[in-house]
Design a protein around this ligand. Structure first.
Ligand SMILES: Cc1cc2nc3c(=O)[nH]c(=O)nc-3n(C[C@H](O)[C@H](O)[C@H](O)COP(=O)(O)O)c2cc1C
Length: 193
């Protein structure tokens, strides 16, 4: 069966990011079903509408990465009970210029981790509203709040906790199904046009 392409966006630009570790573990776990690629957001300029007349190269590359993907997986920390600024900046660039919204109709799945008790839940809820309500992405239902504990991810980069691994495996299965269904729908619509 065809492997659909998924762009992975980590909402942290920190070198030792636990969300990047989780994203890499998800890429290992779901690599049999989906073809993942990590998309860079740390070199995007701070959004400024003045730059839209001649889009910076990093913004063009970012928008091309999203356009080439059949779906997008977000793995994000929570900063002050919302999404980090570096992630909001990338999302704003993706939505612009007017009429060139990279997120419209894109299948999206959201997860994230934090050492805190609510495990990035509020950031994920905000992200759901931004992408789904405002930008028209097809955000997958369900919730995946991952508590980061020592030993969650082993030295080889795999999810060591059995129940978390099983939960995330089901989460990736659900996302693979959504990406396939929406991609086939789009292909059928194109063929009929
Ligand atoms: C500016 C800032 C705000 C934070 N706010 C929250 C928060 O609201 N909720 C939370 O669970 N953790 C919060 N944290 C802690 C992060 O969960 C923790 O730093 C985590 O490692 C960030 O993910 P990363 O390692 O992928 O960058 C905050 C951290 C920073 C630097």
């Amino acid at each position: 069966m065809r492997k659909y392409k998924v762009a992975v966006i980590v909402g942290s630009n920190r070198r030792d990011s636990i969300n990047r570790k989780l994203a890499e573990a998800l890429i290992r776990l779901g690599g049999d079903r989906l073809s993942f690629s990590l998309v860079r957001i740390d070199d995007l300029p701070l959004y400024n509408q003045d730059l839209e007349a001649d889009l910076p190269g990093s913004v063009r590359r970012f928008k091309a990465d999203i356009a080439a993907a059949d779906g997008v997986l977000f793995v994000t920390p929570e900063h002050n009970r919302s999404i980090p600024a570096v992630l909001k900046n990338a999302i704003d660039w993706g939505g612009r210029p007017y009429g060139q919204n990279s997120w419209a109709g894109k299948p999206v799945a959201i997860t994230g981790t934090s050492p805190g008790v609510i495990s990035s839940a509020l950031a994920q809820q905000h992200l759901r509203v931004i992408l789904g309500s405002s930008l028209g992405a097809q955000v997958m239902g369900g919730e995946a709040y991952i508590a980061f504990k020592p030993g969650l991810i082993d030295d080889a980069g795999a999810i060591a906790d059995d129940s978390t691994r099983a939960f995330l495996d089901a989460f990736l299965d659900q996302f693979a199904t959504l990406v396939r269904r929406l991609s086939v729908d789009a292909e059928l619509r194109e063929a009929a046009a």
